[in-house]
Design a protein around this ligand. Sequence first.
Ligand code: GRF
Length: 186
Amino acid sequence: MFFASGSGSNFQSVIDAVKNNEIDAVISGLITDNDRAGAIERAKNHNIETTIIPDFGSQDADDKLIKYLTKWEPDLIVLAGFLKKIPDHITRLYPQKIINIHPSLLPKYGGKGFFGSHVHRAVLESGDGVSGCTVHFVNEKYDEGKIIKQTQVKVLPEDTVETLAQRVLSEEHKLLPEVIKQILNK
Ligand code: GRF
């Protein structure tokens, strides 16, 4: 199952990989904290059950989370552009079963506040010649779980936040399905 807060293009890359039989799996559901997330439409287009939990972090939200996790019994939980923190007591229920994709070469440019364009701006300001994306296991600390796989992306002199973000995102769309396939189809 997936958590997503935004457009859901990473979510879509896995939907497509499952549809093309590249990944032998069923996507059991989507949880989002944002009722305007593009991921909702993508789920609807593929009859993937979706629940919106706007008050993420509240007791009521936790109860809903447990309800759907119990119902869906996921073998793997994927955070694909999810901006909220999974409550620790949930993370502890799924050791090495929650993964996240992050648009930098962690541990660089990770942690609180490093999401979306903030990441790419920090990379450009640092003068680093290379960036990339990382899929890692989720633990109780933001972006600090064990790294599973990374893809490097060259930073070009003429890069803007937008051009770098786009180039990294297109690598994310390859990396995430690849890692999920590696984990599930062992
Ligand atoms: C991606 O860059 C991902 O690395 C980060 O949030 C963005 C989500 O994009 N966690 P999308 O919603 O999958 O298009």
